[in-house]
Design a protein around this ligand. Structure first.
Ligand SMILES: C[S@@+](CC[C@H](N)C(=O)[O-])C[C@H]1O[C@@H](n2cnc3c(N)ncnc32)[C@H](O)[C@@H]1O
Length: 244
């Protein structure tokens, strides 16, 4: 069985376990647990972040989203930025560190926010956390926003996903109703209540969702440009909605 485990994962484990205690970790790996949950952390955009079963393991594509937002943030002067569905805090923390600015971030999961809080402390990031459903915390606190970033849950329940993901990562972070579009609709429907005159919305999306998210954006917002962008694997992965 051990031969089935990727060498790179064993190397990863070796960084955190010694000869005496690595056996248990290998057992967990063999049982199908992601290596990041076993060691309890992940590298995201050069920052070591804690992860556990209450948060999605931040993905490489999401680093690309952060990169795009950093580039596009140059169109603004000291923008107010929010990260909706922050999970481990990966997007908010990397943006706050790279742009040297304050970020608001929110999640509906108290358990995820606990992880985000720990990561904010360990990276000394300037991030304020809120608990709540999609844009509700920002509406309630009257926060006006220039840049809204979100990697919301976007997998339809009927979609086949890898067992390692389905059996380990929080379903609250993965699944969304209405062909996986539920949260894009919720955000875009309420967006005009919090957006400043000039704005950027940056979404990570499922590879088949680009045109549908574009349609939803055009339904709720006027005078906008919508750009669907591919990730490094050449799959449609991001939607940018902006008006400048
Ligand atoms: C795909 S994960 C993204 C996590 C993190 N931003 C990242 O990119 O690694 C989606 C996150 O949205 C949160 N979420 C799910 N439903 C939500 C809701 N109704 N309101 C706010 N956050 C929600 C989940 O708890 C999860 O942390």
């Amino acid at each position: 069985m051990i031969a089935l485990i990727k060498d790179s994962n064993i190397e990863y484990l070796k960084k955190y376990y010694n000869k005496d205690n690595i056996k248990d970790a290998i057992k967990r790996l063999n049982a199908g647990e992601p290596v990041q949950y076993i060691v309890g952390n992940v590298d995201f955009y050069g920052y070591e972040l804690d992860v556990n079963k209450n948060v999605l393991i931040p993905r490489r594509e999401t680093e690309e989203l952060v990169e795009e937002v950093i580039k596009r943030s140059k169109n603004f002067n000291n923008p107010t930025i929010i990260d909706v569905g922050t999970g481990s805090g990966a997007i908010a923390i990397s943006l706050s560190k790279e742009l040297n600015c304050h970020i608001y971030a929110s999640d509906i999961s108290g358990a995820a926010l606990k992880v985000a809080k720990k990561n904010i402390c360990k990276t000394s990031s300037n991030v304020t956390l809120y608990k709540g459903n999609m844009l509700k915390p920002y509406i309630k606190n009257d926060i006006k926003v220039d840049i809204l970033v979100s990697n919301p849950p976007y997998i339809d329940k009927t979609e086949k996903i890898e067992d390692i993901v389905k059996n380990n990562e929080p379903h609250l972070a993965l699944y969304a109703k209405n062909k996986g579009l539920e949260f894009y609709e919720s955000i875009l429907k309420d967006a005009s209540k919090i957006l400043n005159d000039k704005f950027l919305i940056a979404f990570e999306i499922g590879q088949e969702q680009g045109e549908m998210v574009k349609k939803i954006a055009l339904k709720y917002l006027s005078n906008i440009k919508v750009e669907i962008k591919k990730d490094l694997s050449l799959k449609n992965r991001f939607v940018f909605v902006y008006n400048f």
